[in-house]
Design a protein around this ligand. Structure first.
Ligand code: SF4
Ligand code: SF4
Length: 94
């Protein structure tokens, strides 16, 4: 599953830089998680990094986005391939 941020968020900004997938962003009122980018940190870390740092424990699993570990790993591989393609296309041509 992807994770989600509840309205208990105090906008402390601690989680956003910890996300290896740049899935966390400041929404209209509180921080939000893009479920298409959140892999529960699968592929990067053994535990969700945002959950580790959140001082008010407001980042539960998103019940709307039930995903197996395999599908989270596939999402990680898709995101990594997309990031690599972006990096190589923006690299200076020899
Ligand atoms: S669980 Fe990991 S990938 Fe998902 S939002 Fe938190 S830090 Fe980002
Ligand atoms: S760490 Fe928790 S309280 Fe702070 S911005 Fe992230 S979700 Fe909100």
């Amino acid at each position: 599953m992807a994770l989600m941020i509840t309205d208990e968020c105090i906008n402390c900004d601690v989680c956003e830089p910890e996300c290896p997938n740049q899935a966390i962003f400041l929404g209209p009122e509180i921080y939000e998680i893009d479920p298409d980018k959140c892999t529960e940190c699968v592929g990067h870390f053994p535990e969700p990094q945002c959950v580790q740092v959140c001082p008010v424990a407001c980042i539960p699993l998103n019940p709307q986005r039930v995903e197996s570990r395999e599908s989270l790993m596939q999402k990680y591989e898709r995101l990594t391939a997309a990031a690599k393609a972006l990096t190589s296309s923006s690299a200076p041509k020899p």
